[in-house]
Ligand binder design. Structure first.
Ligand SMILES: [Zn+2]
Length: 259
């Protein structure tokens, strides 16, 4: 065994890693070669020093804690078992916070949407009174009783309706009463009073109000006709005309004042 072989195998000899035959050959060379022995001695000294307790460095508790905190929790296999259940525990209320309002919203949409899409009672009635108004003009059936005398028109309804509609002539205000007739709105017979303003015909449909007697009022346009709803003296009053909204409102104000 030459010096090169001895140096290559020296570490193995020191660590006891060589097979017995090779180990004995290295041992024999070291005994004969002072240079390799010197090198081997130095190597053994370094190793001994590294094993020495004086070369060991104990990290301070603060540094240990700093390092521990710097390591992500999930990265540690030991802590993963703890992290998953806790994360699942916190995600449950979060799921409820999101899903429950969505479910409630969906239910409300199912309840409210059909009602919103369905025309309201008032919208349906507005449609009915406009249709009646148009029909009364088309079928030459504007009046059953043609009279400008309210004392003639009012008694005419007696026995024909189960209520007595208030009948007032507003001729001095530019809205003369011209007559009345029976009509059919909202599934029941109603009184229809006919007024005139210039060449415009105004139909006033009346029937007892099921609701409170307080004045409810709204104006809307239906198929080009202006419709005004008000409750006067416990009567549902629907005023319909092709009259402009301002003048129709003036007329409605007269009815309201009378009630
Ligand atoms: Zn040697």
């Amino acid at each position: 065994m030459n010096c090169d072989d001895a140096r290559r195998l020296m570490h193995g000899h020191l660590d006891g890693e060589l097979d017995l035959a090779t180990d004995l050959e290295v041992q024999r060379h070291l005994e004969e070669c002072p240079r390799c022995t010197s090198e081997y001695t130095a190597m053994r000294a370094v190793r001994t020093r590294l094993k020495d307790e004086a070369f060991r460095f104990e990290a301070p508790a603060a540094l240990k804690e700093k390092i521990r905190r710097a390591i992500p929790v999930a990265a540690s296999p030991a802590s993963r078992a703890v992290a998953y259940p806790s994360r699942r525990g916190s995600s449950m209320p979060r799921a409820i916070r999101i899903v429950v309002p969505m479910a409630i919203g969906a239910m409300l949409a199912l309840i409210i949407a059909p009602r919103a899409l369905r025309p309201s009672l008032d919208q349906r009635l507005a449609g009915e009174v406009v249709a009646s108004h148009v029909r009364s003009l088309m079928a030459a059936h504007l009046m059953d009783v043609a009279s400008t005398d309210q004392h003639t028109v009012k008694p005419w309804f007696n026995g024909k309706l189960d209520f007595s509609p208030p009948v007032t002539d507003f001729a001095k205000d530019g809205f003369p009463l011209v007559g009345g007739r029976l009509d059919y709105i909202d599934g029941r017979p109603v009184a229809a009073l006919v007024y005139q303003h210039g060449k415009h015909v105004i139909n006033v449909f009346m029937w007892p109000s099921a609701g409170d007697a307080t004045n409810a009022e709204r104006i809307e346009t239906e198929h080009g006709y202006n419709v005004e709803q008000l409750i006067v003296a416990g009567m549902n009053c629907w005023v319909v005309s092709d009259l402009n909204q301002l003048e129709l409102d003036k007329f409605a104000e007269l009815i309201r004042a009378k009630g």
